[in-house]
Design a protein around this ligand. Structure first.
Ligand code: GLN
Length: 192
């Protein structure tokens, strides 16, 4: 049976995540209101504009249901703006879920390298380097105890983290043809 994976669809590139999930044995569910979360086995928080997504999340009352989902052991994965929203601290005042004990810096690459693509080694992902697209991306500056670093850029900058079934990636895995990260998330959701 295919597993239902929610994609928070308030703003950002939720459609691309849905398309990736559709290529796997998963049923993507666009989550626009909290009742859309009924019966999902996991949730993806997409890239976009973290302040906008955060404000809409507050307005539609998503904070507690998403924290409850995490509490119940279901996997949650934030990509780019989604990673920002899962953080504890981003050095400025904006709505956050505080699901991962990490400090994040937004738009960390500045204008010159606004967007770029690079190959990453990611812990737990076999089969060679993963093509990662960074778009006005954040980076993780600090991780608390219990947070595992899954991937770094060559200069050591942290770009993927995990705590239990909670994941954050600074890049956009939904914008390449490589389904390995989505496949491993779906597998985890199936087992959870
Ligand atoms: N720069 C955006 C932010 O700070 C994130 C960009 C993205 O999700 N691609 O919210």
């Amino acid at each position: 049976m295919s597993v239902r994976i929610g994609v928070l669809a308030l703003q950002g590139d939720f459609a691309e995540h849905g398309a990736m999930l559709g290529r796997l044995d998963a049923e993507p569910v666009e989550v626009r209101q909290t009742s859309d979360m009924d019966g999902i086995a996991g949730l993806i928080i997409p890239g976009g504009e973290s302040t906008t997504i955060g404000k809409l999340m507050e307005r539609y009352g998503f904070r507690e249901p998403i924290r409850d989902l995490a509490q119940s052991g279901k996997p949650i994965w934030g990509t780019c703006a989604g990673l920002i929203l899962m953080a504890r601290d981003v050095g400025r005042c904006q709505p956050l879920l505080n699901l991962l004990d990490i400090t994040v810096e937004r738009n960390a690459f500045g204008r010159q390298t606004d967007s770029f693509e690079t190959d990453l080694e990611i812990e737990g992902i076999s089969g060679g380097p993963f093509p990662a697209v960074f778009i006005r991306a954040p980076v993780v500056r600090d991780v608390g105890p219990g947070v595992q670093v899954l991937s770094r850029l060559e200069d050591g900058t942290i770009v993927a983290v995990r705590r239990g079934r909670l994941f954050g990636t600074a890049f956009h895995p939904e914008l390449t043809g490589d389904t390995r990260l989505h496949a491993s998330f779906v597998e985890m959701a199936r087992q959870a």
